[in-house]
Design a protein around this ligand. Structure first.
Ligand SMILES: CC(=O)N[C@H]1[C@@H](OP(=O)(O)OP(=O)(O)OC[C@H]2O[C@@H](n3ccc(=O)[nH]c3=O)[C@H](O)[C@@H]2O)O[C@H](CO)[C@@H](O)[C@@H]1O
Ligand SMILES: C=C(OP(=O)(O)O)C(=O)O
Length: 420
């Protein structure tokens, strides 16, 4: 297994480009189950999760070929319908094949994704909605076993906002008989990107990006070409990296229109953000950062996927910040590790109270999940001495060449084999 060894204390400068979005690429890849034929998907990040979903598609008789950031997909049809435990256990987003498999192939056997470091993460809303569309679903031996004739469009009321739940039902509804209206739908930009992809496949969708989405099901859809949106979470993580090191970094490909709340927060803590053009910013961070409170919420609120990275910034900001996590019940695994590096953080219910310290010190730390890994890298960039981050396979799940990108900006990060 590999670990990262970071020598802290280098100010970042230069230019860096944001990659395509992981959380938009995955549902779009799953949507290729909906129609046989050839697809060309561009701006797909070369990540572990993308490779895992490719393997899963291959088991479903769908060929995939990734060259740098473009992905050729050829859906050869057939009736395979199983997403095995071995793949699902490494990536919860595998659940995204449930809706399209059921919609197109009438059958699905998908390993029930377990909980993970950030929470229990049930999929009851996905199942409830598919049942409402006429599917028969049982849970047996750890698998969701589902079948149907043709799904029937209906009204779906989600009890809570679920991103992949909304995406699964949009895909199922795309080939269902009649219309499906999703109430309390997720409005995250990645849901909209999937909706735009489905539109290119021939699906009529109303209300995309609002809390009520209406999908007009269609018997036959067409394969298509598409360019995936850029990754808003990676973009903001790179802003954090520039800001925490007091750097001067130009970031290209920032989907600013999806980051309004986050950019406001950066400005509040004293990060200087210069708009160069529509998708380019220059981050200047000469002064010490100031404390600020954040509360994670569904879009357009502050994203839970940035909570850990923002907390790393707060560990060295002036004053006391309260970071409240509302989406996942257990997304504070990075706290204990940041404390090993000298951070002053106290957990109380769903909040972390962070009192800024003068400096962090390098230590051996364990990455527990994707964004926790990123927050430890950020802390390592400014810690005194060496930080060793173990279990970085979590980081590789969702950040494309993160260490390489930071090294090009002047960081000192080595990737080494450590045998654990
Ligand atoms: C691949 C992908 O896009 N992952 C994102 C997606 O995850 P994901 O789609 O899994 O997250 P959800 O939006 O579904 O989860 C939100 C909350 O709803 C709960 N819930 C969800 C479904 C359900 O059937 N029952 C239920 O109780 C979850 O446990 C969680 O507490 O949205 C999250 C919230 O923005 C992000 O952190 C993840 O990066
Ligand atoms: C939680 C995340 O991903 P996933 O839903 O795939 O676990 C994430 O991207 O931060």
């Amino acid at each position: 297994m590999e670990k990262l060894v970071i020598e802290g204390g280098y100010r970042l400068s230069g230019e860096v480009e944001v990659s395509g979005s992981k959380n938009a690429s995955l549902p779009i890849m799953a949507a290729t189950i909906l129609a046989e034929g050839d697809y060309f998907i561009d701006n797909v990040p070369n990540l572990r999760d993308v490779r895992t979903l490719s393997k899963l598609l291959n088991l479903l008789n769908i060929e995939t070929e990734q060259k740098q950031n473009s992905l050729k997909i050829k859906n050869n049809g057939g009736n395979s319908f199983e997403a095995p435990y071995e793949l699902v256990k490494t990536m919860r987003a595998s659940i995204l094949v449930l809706g399209p498999l059921l919609g197109r192939r009438g059958k699905a056997k998908v390993s029930l994704p377990g909980g993970c470091a950030i929470g229990e993460r049930p999929v009851d809303q996905h199942i409830k909605a598919l049942k409402a569309m006429g599917a028969k679903i049982e849970i047996e031996h750890g698998y969701i076993i589902a079948e149907c004739e043709r799904l029937k469009g209906t009204d779906i009321y989600f009890d809570l906002v679920t991103v992949t739940g909304t995406e699964n039902i949009m895909m199922a509804a795309a080939c269902a008989e009649g219309e499906t209206t999703i109430y309390n739908a997720a409005i995250e930009p990645e849901v909209v990107d999937l909706g735009n992809f489905l539109r290119k496949m021939g699906v009529k969708i109303e209300g995309l990006g609002t809390k009520t989405v209406k999908i007009y099901g269609k018997e036959t859809l067409s394969p298509t070409n598409y360019r995936v949106m850029n990754d808003r979470i990676e973009a903001a993580t790179l802003i954090c990296a520039a800001a925490i090191t007091g750097g001067d970094v130009k970031i290209l490909g920032v989907p600013k229109n999806c980051l309004t709340t986050v950019i406001e927060k950066f400005l509040e803590i004293g990060v200087e953000i210069e708009d160069i053009d529509n998708e380019t910013v220059r981050i200047l961070s000469k002064k010490k950062l100031k404390a600020a409170d954040i509360t994670t919420q569904v879009y357009p609120g502050f994203p839970t996927d940035l909570q850990a990275q923002f907390m790393a910034l707060m560990t060295v900001a002036e004053g006391v910040s309260v970071v409240t996590e509302n989406i996942f019940e257990n997304r504070f695994m990075h706290v204990a590790e940041l404390k090993r590096m000298g951070a002053n953080i106290r957990l109380k219910d769903r909040s972390a109270i962070v009192t800024g310290v003068e400096k962090l010190s390098g230590a051996h730390v364990m990455a527990s999940d994707l964004r926790a890994s990123a927050s430890l890298v950020l802390a390592g960039l400014i810690a005194e001495g060496e930080t060793h981050i173990h279990r970085i396979y979590h980081l590789d799940r969702g950040y494309e060449k993160f260490d390489e990108k930071l090294n090009k900006l002047g960081a000192k990060i080595k990737r080494v084999e450590n045998g654990d």
